[in-house]
Design a binder for this molecule. Structure first.
Ligand code: KG4
Ligand code: ZN
Length: 343
């Protein structure tokens, strides 16, 4: 432990993972404890907000203690407390916000309200150096965005989904293909093993748009299933999974690479739970290699919701002394651009 070292304790409760991490000097993960509620929500086919909040309350103090213990430090070593302020489920966010405020007050250290998507993006800073301007493709269960990082901590949203997030579309299609929640990984696996492909539409939207829309694609999958059943045939799930996956990958990677080129990005960052998708990783890696752009992708444990990524984003504010006050509120709808660091 050197005199210049600093320790961020971060709390993440925006959806169905309760997570607490301790990160040294903004980049070195000492602990990143994640307690997933997936088994509880699976029986309902999706996240039930009220249950998520209750589960966060049950596990919060235990997870904080575990994160401190795994990190091998004492509570008094913590220099600042970061907490996900939004976006997310309001009741779930509230649990983390209250815990974060209490801890910051008890330890008499600054509090840093942190943006969840900034966390997903800056998870990349835990695995490599970010070169600016950088282009981030955020693909998760709740978000799908193309974000330009003009400089460190300056976010500009170039495009976002107008309806379902990619992960949400995967989960809905997975349900139609009779997989349990969350079904993204099952669809990915089935798509990889398919020998045939049912070609489905690509939703490009307006020619100059970096926005996305996935609900039409999801409906196309459902329509194919219905069409087969009405003809008395059994639908070819693997060919459908492949068709769905190819359409998603074509659209998200084409738009991301177009944005990277248009804005002179020096690097591409992939993040969010869907970054685990093998087809997506392979295609993006190929396109980045062709374009001569380095690509960063965090390991799976840092792609799905976790508190280490929140510490990585909070570090932007810690180093600039941009702290929150104790009247900070959970923000279910929260602007990433406004959360950017000040000049
Ligand atoms: O980032 P995340 O943990 O949660 C949110 O912040 O939303 O992402 C979870 C999402 C789920 O929708 C899940 O089905 C999807 O990521 N996912 C995948 C894969 N692994 C997880 N989707 C497609 N292919 C995968 N291999
Ligand atoms: Zn997330």
């Amino acid at each position: 432990m050197s005199l210049n070292d600093y320790y961020i304790l971060a709390i993440e409760t925006s959806c169905d993972e309760t997570s607490v991490a301790v990160v040294r000097n903004g980049r070195e993960v000492l602990s990143n404890v994640v307690s997933s509620q997936i088994d509880t929500h699976r029986q309902f086919g999706g996240v039930v907000p009220e249950i998520a909040s209750r589960k966060h309350v049950e596990s919060m103090t235990i997870i904080i203690e575990e994160a401190i213990s795994v990190a091998g430090i004492g509570l008094s070593d913590i220099d600042t407390v970061a907490v996900t302020q939004g976006p997310g489920l309001v009741g779930a966010l509230l649990v983390g916000v209250v815990a974060g405020k209490s801890l910051a007050m008890a330890l008499d250290v600054p509090l840093i309200g942190t943006h969840h998507i900034a966390g997903h993006i800056y998870a990349n800073h835990l695995v490599g150096d970010i070169v600016y301007p950088s282009l981030a493709l955020v693909v998760s269960g709740g978000h799908t965005e193309i974000v330009l990082l003009e400089s460190e901590g300056k976010f500009r949203i170039l495009g976002r989904t107008r309806d379902d997030a990619v992960g949400e579309a995967y989960d809905k299609v997975a349900r139609a293909l009779q997989f349990p929640y969350p079904g993204g990984p099952y669809v990915d696996k089935l798509a990889q093993s398919a020998s045939e492909e049912i070609v489905l539409p690509r939703s490009w939207l307006e020619p100059d748009s970096y926005d996305f829309s996935f609900s039409g694609l999801k409906s196309a999958v459902l329509a194919e299933i219905n069409r087969s059943r009405m003809k008395g045939e059994s639908p070819d799930f693997s060919a459908l999974a492949r068709g769905f996956q190819q359409s998603v990958i074509d659209v998200v990677t084409t738009k991301a690479m177009k944005a990277a080129s248009a804005y002179g990005a020096q690097q591409v960052l992939l993040c969010g739970g869907v970054a685990a998708n093998r087809g997506l990783r392979e295609r993006l890696a190929g396109l980045c290699a062709e374009a001569g752009l380095p690509l960063l992708i965090p390991p799976h444990s840092l792609c799905t919701d976790n508190a280490a990524m929140i510490a990585a984003a909070a570090d932007l504010k810690w180093r600039r002394g941009e702290f929150s006050t104790l009247d900070l509120k959970a923000e279910p709808v929260f602007s990433l651009e406004e959360w950017s660091v000040k000049d």
